[in-house]
Design a protein around this ligand. Structure first.
Ligand SMILES: Nc1ncnc2c1ncn2[C@@H]1O[C@H](COP(=O)(O)OP(=O)(O)O)[C@@H](O)[C@H]1O
Ligand SMILES: [Mg+2]
Length: 391
């Protein structure tokens, strides 16, 4: 009696050069509810398998053209069929033959003369085992992919959390700066106004007049600084215009390039996209970002180097990258670089990147960094492309 409670039926290839054996096995297997196809030589078996993939193969060892071991070896070398279980039909009781069968990839053997129930039992057991193996493999693949999804979600969650914390910090920093700027502005205007009043009186001459002129000028300068700070601190956009990114970058590079070459031995290489495109931005703000990134690149290349500016369009996004050959950043610096007042420079303010981040976010864009210590840094601005010019 077959001992499994569940009836397992499969498609089975029987390979044997003896017609009598083929007929016998066919009858036994079909009795057990299986579908059967046969081959009476090793080469025919290898041919048959190209068009019909069985659930299991019963394979005779001693055959005139290619013997069972060799057939099995070839099957196991073919990724499409290597997982089909092979049971050897062995006429010999010799332990060495059985061992060799396992060595070439067989899963089991039955010895002639066949006992029908034993043949059926072994066939069923191996079909079941193989199906379980396939199922397990699928489940493992599914498990791995859901694990991957989970990991990706965690990474996304972490990065959006970081972005949230970042924008919260910047918002409160912005408010603080705006308040300070406002508070300082009032006494400054009083100082300046009084100095100007003094200058109007006839008694003020010579050294005193010169000093008051300096006071008025410096007040004007301080007012300019406050205005710039206020513009950053309130990241509300000014006038949004259609801007040609290349021209906009070049306007900033034009201011810096000569000084970079002469003072810092830094050369600028351009790779601008040839595709015509526009971005809808508050140009002075975005140029402030270009300026900050170029200055950071310069400050990271104390012995000179190259800044490569690249623009390219990816779908509906424009990528603008500034790659330097400078000191690069450690993981730790990368983590903190956007934090207000974080700087590694002796005279750094540590506010540039926070402002860049806020400006780019405000334009529905992204500011990304890649960096390798001792090799350099790539800062990439990603902005939505505006209207495409028709040339
Ligand atoms: N291109 C770069 N290469 C190496 N380090 C950089 C680069 N850009 C920014 N950093 C790091 O990020 C820090 C913060 O930059 P930033 O906010 O512009 O402030 P600051 O330039 O005043 O230090 C810098 O002090 C520096 O350590
Ligand atoms: Mg800076």
């Amino acid at each position: 009696m077959v001992m499994t409670s569940e009836v397992i039926q499969g498609d089975i290839l029987v390979v044997d050069d003896s017609l009598a054996n083929l007929e016998l096995l066919m009858a036994v297997l079909m009795d057990g509810g299986h579908q059967v196809f046969t081959a009476n030589s090793g080469s025919r078996a290898l041919d048959a398998i190209k068009t019909r993939l069985p659930d299991l193969i019963l394979l005779d060892i001693g055959m005139p053209d290619i013997d069972g071991y060799e057939v099995c070896r070839r099957l196991k070398a073919d990724p499409a069929v290597k997982n089909i279980p092979v049971i050897f039909l062995s006429a010999f009781g010799d332990i060495k033959d059985k061992q060799k069968g396992f060595e070439v990839g067989g899963v089991d053997y039955v010895t002639k003369p066949f006992i029908p129930d034993e043949v059926l039992f072994r066939v069923q057991a191996h079909i079941k085992l193989n199906r379980m193996r396939v199922q397990l493999q699928q489940q493992t693949v599914e498990l791995m992919s859901s694990k991957g999804q989970l990991e990706r979600s965690i990474v996304e969650l972490k990065s959006s959390h970081k972005a949230l914390v970042q924008s919260e910090k910047l918002a409160s920093l912005g408010r603080l700066i705006a308040e300070i700027a406002h508070e300082v502005n009032n006494p400054l205007m009083i100082i300046s106004g009084n100095a100007q009043l003094c200058l109007m009186t006839e008694e003020v001459t010579g050294e005193v007049k010169n000093t008051l002129d300096i006071v008025v000028d410096e007040c004007k300068r301080a007012k300019g600084i406050l205005n710039r700070v206020l513009r950053f601190a309130r990241p509300s956009k000014g006038e949004i215009k259609q801007v040609n990114p290349q021209l906009s970058i070049e306007a900033v590079v034009g201011i810096l390039e000569k000084q970079f070459i002469l003072n810092n031995n830094i050369h600028i290489v351009r790779h601008y996209t040839s595709e015509p495109c526009f971005i809808n931005v508050d140009e002075p703000q975005v140029q402030e970002v270009f300026m900050n990134l170029l200055n950071n690149a310069k400050e990271a290349m104390l012995d000179g180097g190259t800044i490569t500016i690249t623009t390219f369009i990816e779908g509906k996004l424009l990528n603008i990258s500034f790659a330097d050959t400078g000191s690069g950043m450690t993981e730790d610096v990368m983590q903190k670089m956007f934090e207000p007042f974080f700087t590694t420079k002796e005279n750094g303010g540590g506010i540039g990147l926070g402002i860049c981040y806020a400006i780019i976010k405000d334009h529905n864009g992204e500011l990304k960094f890649e960096s390798a210590v001792g090799k350099g840094t790539v800062a990439t601005i990603v902005l939505p492309v505006g209207t495409i010019s028709n040339g």
